[in-house]
Design a protein around this ligand. Structure first.
Ligand SMILES: Nc1ncnc2c1ncn2[C@@H]1O[C@H](COP(=O)(O)OP(=O)(O)OP(=O)(O)O)[C@@H](O)[C@H]1O
Ligand SMILES: [Mg+2]
Length: 1048
């Protein structure tokens, strides 16, 4: 077993849990409490019971920070605290579905109310959140200041003493969020309204109203701020240390608004409070009747009038009600006057009644606001804060019932923690040595026994006809309880010959669990009767004030009943019985408050005072029982249900008995055998540590199981998801494939059908071709083509251009397909035109054109003078050869005509000078003669002319290159200048061709060499700067072998 985290407990003062106390004696217990108290450790445990010693100072151990801490730790892990107890109770309520009650007991001033507020604030802080929940919480918390203002007062023992008992059920839903609540109140000490002991105050609200109300409100309520003006506040303890009435008044008003009181309601409540205060100031005076019987009247009518104004009541009605009494029997009505004492009594009774009814109404109204409207099943946490045990100097009926109530609570404690526990061990067969304790059943019985109890006697006295007084009641008690060990009075003492001068004649004493208390019987009968004269309730009912009226509904004559209302004692007894029943049905949690001193002083620890409390609270017995006993027990079934998950054998299934199951689970955890006991129906666990260990194991196991469940769930979810995806994927791919195949098939089918169609069509066409006009299209096309061609040709014929050879125009083809034909036609037409032209030419013209053609072949584009020669017909004879026989002779015997006869210039190769010659070209020779002698100077056979060189310029210079000289007299090549060089050389070319079938080489060049006898001369022709006109040649010899010719 893991040790518990005790680190937070280290350095603790004394022992935190009295179970660990050694030696276990009263002295050591007190010492421990004192040590802790002095070290400001005011809380100590006895097991799960919290002992709280009132520190009378604010300790820094409260607030959100501490709440958060206690929320996260288990009971024993932190220092003892009320928060820890509240936490256990709340968790048990929420998690184990057990209704809880928190019983806070202790003397007046021990800190019960403060403890109850701590519990409530803790629960409010840890339970659920949310708008709705927060408003419920706020309402529940805010009920405290309201109830404290109206129900608490300064007493000698406690500056803020609760003068009523309060039990509050806080109701939760299944999640542990508060839904609302119900408050039950027990017997308000209403006598305080009219009378307070010395040094005590009336209820806080009176002082709060006077101190806190603004002037306007006071005026409206017809009040004055000075408390000395009010006889009900006559003790004049106006201020209490640590209480700020004015600011508390604001807080109360605010709290009432939060709870849901309307503005009008708050105002009406304050008006009723003012009414009570004013009523106290109504003074009576003697007034004698005509018959001498003493009566009473109101001394100063102003107060009554003001009351009338505040609550809408006629002052005469009020006066009548206060000063007289109407006796009603079945037959008649008798009005009797009241004397001053009686009238004052009536006034005070009215004031007390108004106040206590107002208080009841407040509780009722708060309950209206906080009640749970939903019908769902609720879990309940009850917090009981009842007035503490009181021993005053003069104890009256109020103290009697208060102490009775405390006695009953002690009984609950004894029953549940001491008696019941021990009996349970016996029942369950657990070995047990009895622990002695004082059972206060006998005292409870003394008070509450139905026939022979003090309360029963009191009721009997109240109802008994005849003379009834407090002393007859006492006499009855003396008679009945003369032998009772917890009862004594002067009479019983006398009987036993005891002498006790502290015992008053009108008193009886009860040996309460918490001490002996002597009660004075004076007023018991009256207070128990708690009767209000009908005149008063009628008068109140007549008021126009809605709240006041509703408080006295029995004043309504229609509702008037002659039945006696139940007595205060019996009412209290029955409400205590109901409370006890409710407490027994819940899981109790105890806070036992201890008062360290009588003076409300911080740091003072009175051992005697505490010892008394420790004794009567039975703390020592409590420790003994706890020590010997077991901290925790539970039925086998529910225990197994909670912890069976801790063992593999019992989880998840267990078929055998519950006890075996529990033994199995605990056996596997190997807990020490001292820690456990197996009863007949329950298992017992000795120390809380073991329980916490079990809880911790359970928590860990729950985490494991949660993880397991998560794991399985996640696995399952992933698997199903995967399977779904897989299925979907298969489905999608099936559809996709199907679709693809369908499409493919469709295409194939369509193709097959198409092919089929073609094949069928083809076959059909084949079969039926013979029936078709198969050549029709061709024929038609042919026809159309022909007709177009015909049209084209005819158009051409009609549109032929002129027959002029030089006219190159030709119409364009109308269609592209005729382009070739059109070109051919154009060519043909041109050739035809040329032929026609040629046909009409004479042979001479033909000859001339041939020559021109030859000239063009030789010079076109080569020689600059060629273009000029084209239009000029070749005349051949430029020197009048026909009329010159001398020259004709030069031809000799040679046949054929002279082809060219002209004057040329011969360039002297030696100096470049020129000399004129006549040149004749015949079919076989070139003959050069002198111009004067007409004698052939040079005759050159055409077959020896190897070539000719001309320049490309305008000039007429040319060189006749002769082939290798056959005879020695040849002088070599000849340089000539002719004016008709183109004609001359053309004709020479033809003559050479005709004569020798050789093509004369005609070279167009600017540089050529001319051969002399032995040497060559290079001729270089350059273009001079002159232009136009006849060309002029200037030949210059440059050295022996170079001749430069400049052409101008
Ligand atoms: N835990 C505490 N811390 C500081 N002061 C406290 C604490 N408990 C009580 N007191 C002081 O003690 C005073 C009396 O406490 P409280 O009113 O709770 O007593 P009580 O037991 O309710 O008395 P009664 O029976 O008269 O109503 C408080 O007003 C407060 O000053
Ligand atoms: Mg109190």
């Amino acid at each position: 077993m893991q040790p518990l985290n005790m680190s937070l407990m280290e350095g603790s003062v004394g022992v935190q849990d009295l179970i660990l106390l050694e030696p276990l004696e009263e002295a050591s217990l007190l010492k421990n409490l004192q040590l802790r108290f002095e070290n400001k450790e005011v809380y100590t445990y006895i097991g799960n019971v919290v002992i709280s010693v009132n520190p009378y100072q604010q300790l820094p151990i409260y607030g959100p920070e501490f709440i958060a801490k206690y929320r996260d730790y288990t009971f024993y892990e932190l220092k003892p605290h009320i928060y820890a107890l509240a936490n256990v109770a709340y968790q048990s309520l929420r998690d184990r579905d057990r209704d809880q009650c928190i019983l806070i007991t202790g003397e007046s001033g021990a800190g019960k109310t403060e403890a109850s507020k701590l519990v409530m604030s803790y629960v409010a802080a840890v339970c659920g959140k949310g708008e709705q929940v927060n408003s419920v919480k706020e309402q529940l918390l805010q009920s405290n200041p309201v109830l404290e203002a109206f129900g608490n007062a300064k007493t000698i023992r406690n500056n803020n003493s609760s003068r009523f008992g309060k039990y509050m059920d806080i109701e939760f839903d299944f999640k542990g969020s508060p839904l609302g609540g119900v408050i039950t109140n027990y017997l308000l000490e209403k006598s305080r309204v009219v009378k307070q002991l010395k040094g005590e105050r009336n209820f806080h609200i009176f002082y709060q109203l006077l101190a806190g109300a603004d002037a306007e409100l006071l005026k409206a309520l017809k009040l004055e701020r000075d408390i000395s003006g009010y006889s009900y506040l006559k003790q004049k303890v106006s201020r209490v240390d640590g209480i700020d009435d004015a600011s508390n008044f604001k807080a109360v008003q605010n709290a009432m608004t939060v709870i849901g009181f309307s503005k009008e309601e708050i105002q009406q409540v304050l008006e009723v409070i003012a009414l009570v205060l004013k009523l106290g100031n109504v003074e009576m005076t003697d007034e004698f009747q005509a018959d001498g019987i003493p009566g009473s009247a109101i001394r100063d009518g102003r107060g009554v009038q003001e009351i009338g104004k505040i609550v809408g009541l006629k002052s005469e009605d009020l006066e009548r009600a206060l000063c007289s009494r109407t006796m009603e029997t079945a037959k008649e009505k008798v009005v009797t006057v009241l004397n001053v004492i009686q009238a004052q009594y009536a006034r005070d009774a009215l004031a007390k009644n108004i106040y206590s009814r107002l208080f009841d109404w407040l509780i009722h109204r708060i309950n209206e606001s906080i009640k749970v409207s939903t019908g769902e099943r609720k879990k309940v946490m009850g917090v009981l804060d009842i007035y503490g045990f009181e021993i005053l100097e003069n104890n009256s009926f109020e103290q009697f019932v208060i102490n009775y109530c405390n006695e009953k609570l002690q009984q609950v404690f004894i029953e549940l923690t001491l008696k019941e526990e021990q009996e349970e061990y016996k029942r369950e067969g657990i070995p047990w040595t009895n622990v002695d304790y004082f059972d206060n059943g006998i005292i409870c019985n003394l008070i509450e026994h139905n026939q022979r109890g003090i309360l029963a006697m009191l009721d009997e006295e109240c109802l008994r006809p005849g003379v009834v007084s407090d002393s007859t009641f006492l006499a009855k008690l003396n008679q009945l309880f003369s032998k009772h060990s917890h009862y004594e009075s002067k009479v019983t003492q006398n009987a036993q010959r005891q002498y006790d001068h502290s015992m008053g004649l009108n008193c009886f004493r009860i040996y309460h669990y918490a001490g002996k208390v002597m009660y004075n019987v004076t007023g018991f009968i009256d207070k128990n009767n708690d009767l209000l004269f009908r005149d008063l309730s009628r008068a109140m009912w007549k008021a126009r004030h809605p709240l006041l009226r509703s408080l006295f509904s029995e004043g309504d004559p229609k509702q008037a009943s002659l039945k006696r209302p139940p007595t205060a004692g019996s009412q209290f007894k029955s409400s205590v019985a109901i409370l006890m029943k409710s407490l027994y049905s819940k899981n109790p949690n105890y806070i036992r408050c201890i008062k360290p001193n009588e003076y409300q002083q911080r740091g003072q620890f009175s051992s005697e005072l505490v010892a008394v409390q420790v004794r009567y609270l039975g703390l020592l017995e409590n420790v003994r029982v706890r020590r010997a006993g077991y901290a925790y027990r539970q039925g086998y079934k529910s225990f197994l249900e909670r912890y069976r998950l801790l063992s593999q054998s019992t989880w998840p299934h267990w078929n055998k008995g519950d006890r075996e199951g529990v033994e199995k689970v605990l056996g596997e955890l190997s807990l020490s055998s001292e820690e456990l006991a197996f009863g007949k129906t329950k298992v017992f666990i000795r120390s809380p540590k073991t329980l916490f260990y079990l809880e911790e194991q359970r928590r860990l196991r729950l985490q494991q199981l949660a993880t397991l469940i998560q794991k399985i769930y996640r696995g399952w979810r992933c698997r199903t998801h995967y399977q779904q995806m897989r299925k979907s994927q298969i489905l999608i791919s099936a559809w996709f494939r199907g679709n693809r195949q369908k499409k493919h098939y469709g295409k194939m089918k369509a193709s097959a059908v198409l092919i089929q169609a073609f094949v069928r069509g083809w076959k059909a066409r084949k079969n039926y071709r013979k029936y078709f006009r198969s050549g029709a299209a061709l024929t038609l096309a042919d026809f159309i083509y022909k007709s177009i061609a015909q049209k084209f040709l005819l158009g051409l014929k009609n549109n032929l251009p002129s027959a002029n050879v030089l006219d190159r125009r030709w119409p364009a083809a109308p269609y592209k397909c005729f382009d070739r034909a059109n070109q051919d036609l154009r060519q043909l037409y041109h050739q035809w035109k040329c032929k026609k032209f040629l046909d009409q030419l004479s042979p001479k013209q033909v000859q001339m054109l041939k020559e021109k053609l030859c000239a063009s072949e030789l010079f076109k584009g080569k020689k600059a003078s060629y273009p000029q020669s084209v239009p000029i017909p070749f005349r051949g004879d430029y020197i009048g050869l026909q009329g010159n026989p001398k020259l004709q002779k030069l031809k000799g015997r040679e046949e054929g005509p002279v082809l060219v006869a002209e004057t040329v210039k011969k360039v002297n190769r030696g100096n470049g000078k020129t000399s004129t010659r006549i040149l004749l070209l015949t079919k076989r020779h070139v003959i050069l003669t002198d111009t004067k002698k007409y004698q052939a100077k040079i005759v050159i056979g055409l077959n020896s002319v190897a070539g000719v060189s001309v320049t490309s310029f305008q000039d007429g210079l040319f060189s006749l290159h002769l082939s290798e000289p056959s005879s020695g007299d040849s002088k070599g090549d000849i340089l000539l200048v002719s004016d008709h060089v183109v004609e001359l050389l053309t004709k020479m070319y033809q003559a050479v061709l005709d004569a020798t079938q050789r093509q004369l080489s005609v070279t167009v060049t600017e540089k050529f060499s001319v051969r002399f006898k032995e040497s060559n001369v290079a001729v270089k022709v350059v273009q001079g700067s002159g232009s136009g006109g006849k060309s002029k040649l200037i030949c210059k010899k440059k050295g022996n072998h170079c001749l430069e010719v400049t052409v101008q």
